[in-house]
Design a protein around this ligand. Structure first.
Ligand SMILES: [Zn+2]
Length: 144
């Protein structure tokens, strides 16, 4: 594990925040020299986090919350995408006692996994894999 740390520094001269790997000597925006202990606004543990931290630091207070929320939504699908295997497990668990998978049960799985796919799209994919057969309108059965 690396202990890499980035810092967001606010320039006293131009008021802009910039990201740095090491304590910077000058502002990359206006060229103003920084004091020995510059005004560090925040720290980040990755380049991506730094980018967001700088953007947030340069956003007026009243827009910050909205920006943070929007960025949170953008990065979420990448970090939380469920694996196909865990999705299939969830679908198998969602079948009722007679082995039927109802449209509403598939929808519940999609919601629980935080996926934006439609039930039809997901089941078309699973059908394409030959794992289920359609047993009626909005009903499927696993092929064991
Ligand atoms: Zn500056």
């Amino acid at each position: 594990m690396s202990e890499e740390r980035w810092m967001v520094v606010r320039c006293a001269s131009c008021g802009r925040c910039t990201g740095h790997r090491k304590a910077p000597r000058t502002c990359t925006r206006c060229g103003q020299s920084f004091p020995r202990d510059p005004d560090v606004v925040s720290y980040a543990s990755s380049a991506g986090e730094l980018q967001r931290a700088v953007a947030v630091a340069n956003t007026p207070e009243e827009l910050r919350e909205e920006l943070t929320a929007r960025m949170g939504r953008v990065v979420e699908p990448e970090t939380e995408a469920p694996s196909p295997a865990s999705l299939l497990d969830a679908l198998r668990e969602a079948t009722d006692a007679s082995g039927v998978l109802e449209h509403s049960a598939v929808h519940a799985v999609l919601v629980a996994k935080g996926m934006g796919q439609t039930v039809e799209d997901l089941m078309a994919m699973v059908e394409g894999e030959g794992l289920v057969i359609r047993s009626g309108h909005g009903r499927w059965q696993f092929i064991e």
